[in-house]
Every structure is written in structure tokens, then in C-alpha cells.
Design a protein around this ligand. Structure first.
Ligand SMILES: [Zn+2]
Length: 405
């Protein structure tokens, strides 16, 4: 079957309606608030996939937090391609700041509005519609196409981590990450390490600092070393035309860490978190040594203080995929077929579920999805319907090219 025949099975109205439905089911994860998880939107995705007669697997990652996977095609030794999306969204913040209701899914002048409209219920809807179009066409795939709606991308990525431990996860050959990248083909993603730095000193009276060791002063010394650390990481990491260079950004500072803050007490401990963003190149050990050296300088500045660091949530190194990979070639061809133009290549500024799949499974990933790259997490988040439809078409043809239908 030719791809135009399959493309004709994409119903734009249905794609718009599905995206709006997903946006209207709030899925901000609010720890401690009963029911505030991805459960409702995951149930909607599951029902929809069953209605389309996809083979469905539901993996309960945590209570009320299921990954939902819809599968078409047969295992029989062929490749398995994943179209990946996440069901959680970040908070809407102050709803009064929005021009349109954050969970309204309003459709105005060719744009769908709401939290998650770009990041990334539109990408997920496009993947679901793409799989349904292929299923409805009855085309024979060599291998399998999987649509994954995973939990917790905006948190600790427990959904992606869990998928890597399942039989289906281990059988994946390649993945398209449907995050908002204005349908560019992104072969590189910046990595991140959240380094939580702990300075330990000795508690004392504020009037007699000589009797103690002030961990806050040590932390101050560490923070003043951050620009130097950033410069060293920029030398170690490769330059990329699609990614901003490494950055080291302090995001949390806390002292005392425990107990009551009192104006006349030098606390025993102080903590800071450095948000370290990376481009491809150095391994975890090399980056760890640079962080060690930074802590060492802070200790030299304040004799008696002990300064250590720990990676919160482990290392997510920058990822890159070669242009020669079969998935990249399938997608380049697809973009030409769908848009009549050569694809634009881009880079992902942050890390995504794709980072986990790439690091853990070693499979090639390409990030490509509808929505402006800068709009996620802002008020009045929206997605252009034209981009949404184009994404679904790119997914269909990419899957057909990769799975040699
Ligand atoms: Zn996202």
C-alpha cells in the first residue's frame, strides 16, 4: 500500500477533537492531592486505543500512574518503533494570568489552547491518530509500531525508566519522541545533572564565629566557583550548532537545612543545587571530577568545612544520534514526502524521556513533534493545528518507511 492511501485515513477533525479532549483532562501531578495524577488521561488513552483495536498493555508504574502502550503489527523478528509521549503536564500556575481557561482546550484561529496543548498532548494525539490510520488501512508492517503514553516526564521520568525494565521496552529498536520541536528533526538533546552540594560546618553563636565553622561561607565560596566550572565544562563538551553551550545555574540555596532559622545561630549545614546542563562529549566520570574539584576549592576557602555533592536523580548525559541511522533516514525521507521540503534539524534544550531511552536501551531516538519549542510551561500555551496535522502525517510516513510497509 502506498503512503498516500494511509495518509488519507488521517481525519483532521478527529485529530483536533482528540487533542482538545486530552487537554481538557487535567493531569498535573500534585503529590498529596488524591486523584491528582495522570490516571484519568491514561484511562482515556487506553479506551481510545481499545476502540481502535490496538493491542494494549497497561503497566502500573506507581499507584494511579500507569504507562499505556498501544501496539500494532507482529513481533516476528522485525524492528519495533516507539512513538513516545507523556501524559503528565506541568502546573497551570495562576489561572488568572491565562487569557483562556488552562484546561479548556479552546480552538481559536487555528490554534488549540491549554496546558499540555503543546507539551505534549498534541504530540501524543498525533501519534495515536497516526497509529490508528495505519491500523485502519490494513497495511502490513514488517515489525511493530508502539504508541507509548508514559507518566512522569515532568518529574523523575519514572514512566520511561519503568518502560526500560519491561519486555516490550527491551524489544524497542528505535523511538520518535513526540515533544514540541516545531516538527524539526532533533538528533541531539542537552543533558542535565542536578548536583546537590552539602556544606557541613560546626554550629556556633553568631557573636562568636571563631568558635564554629560556617557552612554558609563555604557554600558562598562554592557558588563563586560556578562560573569557572561552567567555563571548564564548555571546554570539555563539544560545540553543537543546535544546542546552547553548557551552563551551571544555582537553583536552590538552603540553610539551615534542618531546624529553626535563627539570626544568631551559625547552622551546622547548608545546601545548594547546581542545575548543570551539558552538550555531548564527556562521560559521567569526567563531569564528576570537575564537580569534585569545585567542592575542593570551596573547602580550601573555609578550613574545617566539608563540602560534598550528590547527583539528584542520577546523570542524564547529553545524547546524540548519527544522521546515518535507519530511523533518521526514514524520517528525512518522510518530511520530504509530507512537506515537499528538506527537513530542518534542531536540538532539544532540555532532557526528555528520550534521554532515558537512549542512555538505558542504547536505541536511536529522534525528537520531533508539533508546537513551538519555547511555549511549554508558559501561560496561554497553544499549538497550531497545521503543525499538529503535519506531525501526524510525518509519523505515519516515518513509520511506514522504517517498518518497510
Ligand atoms: Zn514534554
Amino acid at each position: 500500500m502506498r503512503s498516500p492511501d494511509v495518509l488519507s485515513r488521517i481525519d483532521e477533525g478527529e485529530l483536533i477533537a482528540l487533542t482538545r479532549d486530552l487537554v481538557r483532562i487535567p493531569s498535573v501531578v500534585r503529590p498529596g492531592v488524591p486523584g491528582a495524577t495522570e490516571a484519568a488521561v491514561a484511562a482515556h488513552v487506553e479506551q481510545w486505543m481499545r476502540k481502535e483495536r490496538l493491542e494494549v498493555e497497561v503497566h502500573e508504574v506507581a499507584p494511579g500512574r500507569p504507562n499505556v502502550l498501544g501496539i500494532i503489527g507482529e513481533r516476528d523478528g522485525g524492528p519495533t518503533l516507539l512513538l513516545e509521549g507523556h501524559t503528565d503536564v506541568v502546573t497551570e500556575g495562576d489561572a488568572a494570568l491565562w487569557t483562556r481557561p488552562p484546561f479548556g482546550g479552546d480552538l481559536v484561529d487555528g490554534k488549540i489552547y491549554g496546558r499540555g496543548s503543546a507539551d505534549m498532548k498534541s504530540g501524543l494525539a498525533a501519534a495515536m491518530i497516526a497509529a490508528a490510520a495505519i491500523k485502519r488501512s490494513g497495511v502490513d508492517l514488517e515489525g511493530r509500531l508502539v504508541v507509548g503514553a508514559l507518566v512522569d516526564e515532568e518529574g523523575d521520568m519514572i514512566g520511561a525508566k519503568h518502560l526500560c525494565t519491561t519486555a516490550l521496552g527491551r524489544e524497542l529498536t528505535a523511538a520518535i519522541i513526540c515533544e514540541p520541536e516545531q516538527n524539526e528533526l532533533c538528533l541531539e538533546q542537552r543533558g542535565v545533572v542536578w548536583a546537590r552540594v552539602t556544606a557541613k560546618g560546626r554550629m556556633a553563636h553568631g557573636a562568636m564565629p571563631e568558635a564554629g565553622v560556617n557552612p554558609i561561607t563555604a557554600l558562598g565560596a562554592l557558588l563563586s566557583e560556578a562560573p569557572a566550572l561552567e567555563r571548564r565544562l564548555r571546554k570539555l563538551c563539544r560545540r553543537s550548532p543546535h544546542l546552547r553551550p553548557p551552563t551551571v545555574t544555582p537553583t536552590i540555596v538552603q540553610a539551615p537545612v534542618q531546624g529553626v532559622a535563627q539570626s544568631n545561630v551559625i547552622p551546622s549545614m547548608a545546601q545548594a543545587t547546581l542545575d548543570v546542563r551539558l552538550t555531548p562529549g564527556p562521560d559521567a566520570e569526567t563531569i564528576g571530577k570537575e564537580l569534585d574539584a569545585t567542592c575542593q576549592r570551596a573547602m580550601e576557602a573555609v578550613p574545617g568545612a566539608e563540602v560534598t555533592w550528590q547527583a539528584v536523580n542520577g546523570f542524564r548525559l547529553a545524547t546524540e544520534v548519527d544522521k546515518g541511522e535507519a530511523l533518521v533516514r526514514a524520517m528525512v525521507k518522510s518530511v520530504r514526502q509530507v512537506t515537499g521540503r528538506a527537513p530542518k534539524f534542531g536540538g532539544v534544550p532540555g532532557s526528555t524521556d528520550g534521554t532515558i531511552l537512549r542512555m538505558t536501551l542504547g536505541i536511536p531516538i529522534v525528537t520531533c513533534g508539533p508546537g513551538n519549542r519555547l511555549i511549554p510551561h508558559q501561560v496561554d500555551e497553544c499549538v497550531e493545528v497545521a503543525e499538529l496535522v503535519e506531525a501526524a502525517r510525518i509519523y505515519v510516513v516515518s513509520a511506514l518507511n522504517f517498518l518497510k510497509a
